[in-house]
Design a protein around this ligand. Sequence first.
Ligand code: HEC
Length: 119
Amino acid sequence: MKKIFLTIALLCLVAVNGHAGLKVLGNGNSMRFDPSGFPSSMRTNYEIMKVKCVRCHTLERTVVAITTGISPITGQPFDRNAIRAYGIKMMRKPDSNMTKQEVKATVDLMNYMLDESTR
Ligand code: HEC
């Protein structure tokens, strides 16, 4: 019996740790991702996101979309397809002030973070 409890406790620990793959700091308008555990290429991409993706709204929107898997405005699933579609939208918007490379960097980053948050 004791062994079963131990196994369950261990599994819970693994589950909690698995979720810690993506860390979030702050709340409300100051909500942002914690890039300390990111590989260096993703840290570079996050530097772009931190500057380019806060022109029209705060990072809270992106954090909520990634961590819940639901697009906060449209209520649609925020999956790889939604990420791609949003990237294309930003690329076409002249007022997004983003180059194709910058959009790609943030799309790659969102895909990476989505994987981390569902690990
Ligand atoms: C030009 C202004 C602008 C910039 C720059 C911008 N956004 Fe947005 N964002 C919007 C608007 C407006 C919406 C509302 C829904 C829509 O139009 O898609 C939105 C919605 C969102 C949503 C929610 C989508 C939904 O369907 O609920 C996410 C996530 C998001 N933005 C992330 C980002 C990221 C990541 C970046 C950087 C690549 C970014 N935004 C840059 C204007 C912008």
